[in-house]
Design a protein around this ligand. Sequence first.
Ligand code: NAP
Length: 206
Amino acid sequence: MRVALYGASGKVGVLLRPALADAGHDVVDGREAGPADSDAAVDFTTPDAVVANVEACLAAGVPVVIGTTGFDVGAIDEAARAADVPCFYAPNFTQGAVLMMRFAEEAARVFPRAEIVELHSEAKRDAPSGTSRATAERMGTDPPIHSVRLPGLVAHQEVVFGGMGETLTIRHDTMSREAFVPGVLLALERVRDLPPGLTVGLDALL
Ligand code: NAP
């Protein structure tokens, strides 16, 4: 399908563009070409840019797969419902992070005390990360979240549980941005069949 990629020159975008092309998609730069005539769009930009990009896609009736984090999820859901267009957002497109969130949700039933440490590259603009907020929401125990931004990091998260004389740590490390590609390809394959509005989380597609 023809895909408008927003954020094509970013750290994720430069990896995604050839990967989407290798998967058989005709990729155009969303910032240059706009959403017209595209079957779907992908956005990996910034919290400031994503809303206008999605609004342009909704106005053109083009479903969007959103990877950008740190935006108002409720507002985009409302806009997508009003436009009758399906959109998809995953705070984390890696398979390991999906499992980490699932395991953390299960462990929180046994260990009510926990804290989350999320570590990302110094260029990441939003904090706490979308993944850490999604993890905390699923745990339901309102764990404190600590954010670390340093050069050398990609995307990492630890959920540390504490009990009587024991701790349990669940940790996920993204070593390369290639880890996001299979999840984005899956979301692109499925987004047009989702209900109008914003579907959140890779779990919903697995
Ligand atoms: P990045 O390297 O800063 O790239 C962002 C790109 O967006 C830049 O190339 C920037 O171009 C471009 N951009 C800015 N405004 C734009 C606009 N209005 N229209 C089109 N493009 C625009 O960031 P990144 O590491 O690739 O990450 C991008 C986003 O994805 C972040 O929010 C990050 O947290 C998120 N992310 C999510 C996942 C996930 O699994 N959900 C994984 C990794 C990253 P200029 O510099 O030329 O302005």
